[in-house]
Ligand binder design. Sequence first.
Ligand code: ADP
Ligand code: MG
Length: 292
Amino acid sequence: ATPLSVMVATGKGAQAGILIRSAEALETAHKLDTVVLDKTGTVTEGKPVLTDVHTAAEFDDTELLRLVAAAEADSEHPLAQAIVTAVRDRGLHPHAATGFDSVTGKGVQATVDGHSVLVGTVRLLDDSGIDTTALVPVAAAYSAEGKTPVLAAFDGRPAGVLAVADTVKDESVAAIAALKLLGIDVIIITGDNARTAAAIAAQVGVDRALAEVLPEHKAEEIHRLQNEGRTVGMVGDGINDAPALAAADIGLAIGTGTDVAIEAADITLISGSLSGVVTAIRLSRATMRNIR
Ligand code: ADP
Ligand code: MG
């Protein structure tokens, strides 16, 4: 593209809240045939809310919530913040944790009043040898509703399941439909479990979801798609997403997300709306059409 057409398109993008970092990014965006969307904070609002509490028979709801909130108090994960907020809102005071470890992409382990509290995915509890057979059907039911199940164990015993739900952004459905009309394959990627990922994907009209992808493996998934011969755009908001944003042919950061994601990206969508992805690709296509 000529420097002038790039300048004009970049200016139009800026007016629409789309910051295109380089001429190269503008020129590459028209080639995208695949767009990978991070789930939490990109397709969804990223503001999870506690919706359900299931307590195993021998425990009591209040005790479970206070223990889980204690374990989650030091975690920066949005799920943890949702749980801690909800527990405080119920007027409950979490216990104080004395030891805390986060298990990336799986949950947290903490010591509370001398007891071991484990909070996170089915896999996290399974990995610790905890019998999850009573909790798994509950977790599966929450997942089928698109909620994320958070399992808890107390001193090695299954204690309960909390459900945390995150709403799909208003514009996600329309933006994804528009991408598909442009002939682009849309894929959701998430660290969340396969059932929850599939339920959210179905809600927004996406046919394929890559689930249980650990943060350090998101970039590998992008490379795998590129090795299939695809030209891949990645849209994300989190620190987790930065390597994948950098690995993609075009990284698009949600402007309301973390600075680390914005720095790794080629394009920033200031408003955070997925419709910006459609606009960016259209601008690129129009620019490249003009010079041919
Ligand atoms: P994502 O942000 O896409 O959900 P993460 O890699 O951050 O991906 O987390 C993957 C999964 O691990 C989450 O969906 C959740 O089930 C579990 N998890 C991670 N951190 C926590 C936590 N602090 N408390 C409970 N569950 C957690
Ligand atoms: Mg995210």
